[in-house]
Design a protein around this ligand. Sequence first.
Ligand code: TXA
Ligand code: MG
Length: 334
Amino acid sequence: MKETLVVDVSTPGAIEQAAEVIRAGGLVAFPTETVYGLGADACNPTSVARIFEAKRRPSFDPLIVHVADSNSASFYGDLSGEVARRLTEAFWPGPLTLVVSKTSRVPPIVTAGLDTVGLRVPAHPAALALIRAANRGIAAPSANPFGYVSPTNARHVAEQLRGRVDLILDGGDCPVGVESTILALTAARPVILRLGGVPPEQLERVLGPIERFVGNVARPQAPGQLTRHYATHTPLQISKGNELELEIRPGERVGLITLSPPQCRHRFVAVEVLSESGDLREAAANLFAALRRLDSLCLDRLVALPVPEIDLGMAIMDRLRRCAVPWEDDPAMP
Ligand code: TXA
Ligand code: MG
C-alpha cells in the first residue's frame, strides 16, 4: 500500500501540488459542491484505469469529465445545441451533468465505450482551481468504493480509500451533499438519468416538462440507476408512518434517520436529524454523513422517515430508496 497525502486546500501551494499529481498521471480526491470526486487526467487512459481499480468499480460504468467552463467542455463533447446553451448558461458552474455526444479526444475508458460523455463544471472554488491549474479535464466518479454512500468530507474519503489515492485535497464539507443531476441531451427531448443537486422543477423552469428515465437495472445507463446503490452495510428501511408506529423487537438496536426532530427518541440507539428546521437543502447536505455515522455503529437496522418529495427532497428520497433495497432483491448486484 502506498502513502496518501492529505493536504488542506488553504495550505499555500496545495492546489498546484494536487494539479502536479494529476498531470503526472496520479489520482487526487478533491472537493466539489456535491460530493468528493476521485480524479485523474481525463485524456490519460492509464490514469483513468486506476480510478476503476481504486473504486473496485465495474468497467461498464462511465465517468463524468469535470471542466472549468463551457468552452473547455466543448473540447470533450458537443454542446452546440440551443438546449445545451440554455442549460449551461443557467446552471454552470453547478450540480448539473450533461450527457452529450463525445468528441474523439475522450478515451473510450472514460465513457465505458459509449459515444456519449457526461460533462460538468463544478461550483466549488477548489475544484475549479484544480482543473485550471492542471489545465485539463478531470475524469472523476464519487470518491467511495463502488456502491457505497458518497463522501461529503475528506475524512470519509480517507477512511475508505487511503493507500489507493495519491493525494486527498481537504476542502471541508460539501455544501450540496447529493451528487449532480444527470440530464441526457442525446435524444429528441432531454431526459433525467439521475435526480440530484438541481431539482427537476428548476430544470423545467428553463426547459419546460422533462422526462424521467425509468431504468433497466440489468443495463443501467447510469449506476445511479442501479436499484441498490449509495448503500449502507446496515440494512435500511423507509418507514411508512411516523416513528411512533414503528415496531421494534425487545433488544433490537435501531437507528433513526429523520428530516425533523422525532417526537420520541428513546426507542432508538441513535437518531440523526437531517435539519432541525426541516430545511431540505440542509438535509441533503447532511444526508450521506448521517448515513455513515449510523452505519459505523453496527446497529441491527436503520429506519428512515420519508421526506417531502419536492425540490431536493426528490434526490434525498431517491438515495434512501436505493439504499433500502435488500441485496438479494437486486438482479444487478452479485
Ligand atoms: O456530483 C457528481 O456528479 C459527482 C462529483 C464528483 O462530480 N460525481 C459522481 O460521479 O457522482 P459517479 O461516477 O459516482 O456518478 C456518475 C454517474 C454514473 O452513474 C454514470 O453512469 C453516469 O454518471 N454517467 C457518466 N457518463 C455517462 C454517459 N455518457 N451516459 C450515461 N450516464 C453517464
Ligand atoms: Mg458514485
